[in-house]
Design a protein around this ligand. Structure first.
Ligand SMILES: C[S@@+](CC[C@H](N)C(=O)[O-])C[C@H]1O[C@@H](n2cnc3c(N)ncnc32)[C@H](O)[C@@H]1O
Length: 259
């Protein structure tokens, strides 16, 4: 309890110190509560622009109360001021909290059916532009396949379960014109052994496909809020734009190696 209060005070002091800094400087310093979302959106926007896209799609799998989506909307507003790009934002959720766990890989010792219920009307009233896709990701991800969306640039996976994450990963099974060749992915629940949960779903995904992979970046930027170990990239090696030369923009620290 005391350590939480101390952390909160430290956060307030840190934010105060950076109050007059630009959005990008704050992002680099990890001032925001979910700087990692800003980091991933920034990187996807940068790649999108370099590949000539005017819009990209941002997805959150697992919405619950919507704090993550509201943060995504805020970061997108700021990043639109840096890059000439628009965002299409989608949030996928059952709307009624976690389904029943299927087996041990869903880690029923940590969570269970009905956890993280959403107040749909309240959330809709707060969201500015996000489209909510309500239903089990097993069905909604497949339906989304037929959607004529702008290429996906960033996905946050926060469904907690192995079984749900495995279904959500089907989002990559679509025509390459709906995907950037490299997609930023945030996995919220990788803090466990790699035989259960999200890590097991990722492992199976990587085993299944020869021309694609999901991996962390070993020299990812780490700072107090950008959780490099939870950020993965989805690479699609046979994407026709995979080999286009896209040098990172040098004007910021986000493309540097570990701090
Ligand atoms: C931890 S919460 C998400 C928290 C949210 N990302 C945030 O930052 O506040 C996990 C969510 O995943 C959703 N979920 C889990 N399995 C699902 C499935 N098979 N289909 C759709 N939603 C699912 C649950 O309804 C729950 O709201």
């Amino acid at each position: 309890m005391l350590s939480k209060i101390i952390k909160k005070i430290k956060d307030i002091v840190y934010r105060f110190k950076y109050r007059n800094f630009s959005y990008l400087q704050k992002l680099e310093a990890g001032v925001f509560v979910r700087s990692y979302y800003g980091y991933c959106i920034y990187k996807s926007a940068e790649l999108g622009v370099k590949l000539g896209y005017k819009r990209i799609t941002i997805i959150e799998f697992g919405v619950a109360g919507g704090n993550g989506l509201l943060t995504i909307e805020n970061h997108c507003e700021e990043i639109k001021k840096i890059f000439d790009i628009e965002f299409d934002i989608y949030g996928f959720d059952t709307g009624i909290g976690l389904p029943k766990p299927k087996d041990y890989k869903d880690q029923p010792y940590l969570w269970g059916e009905g956890f993280f219920k959403m107040n749909l009307n309240l959330l809709k009233s707060k969201l500015k532009q996000t489209r909510l896709i309500i239903g089990d990701v097993k069905n909604t991800t497949k339906k989304f396949k037929n959607k004529d969306n702008s290429p996906i640039g960033f996905i946050s996976f926060d469904l907690d379960y192995y079984s749900s994450t495995k279904e959500a990963l089907n989002i990559f099974n679509r025509n390459e014109k709906y995907l950037l060749p490299r997609i930023q992915c945030y996995f919220d629940d990788v803090g466990t052994i790699n035989s259960v949960g999200e890590l097991q779903a990722i492992k199976e995904y990587n085993k299944k496909y020869k021309n694609r992979t999901l991996s962390t970046i070993y020299t990812q930027v780490f700072n107090r809020n950008i959780l490099g170990e939870r950020i993965f990239e989805h690479h699609m090696f046979d994407h026709q734009k995979y080999n286009y030369l896209v040098k990172p923009i040098k004007h910021n620290k986000l493309n540097n190696d570990k701090e």
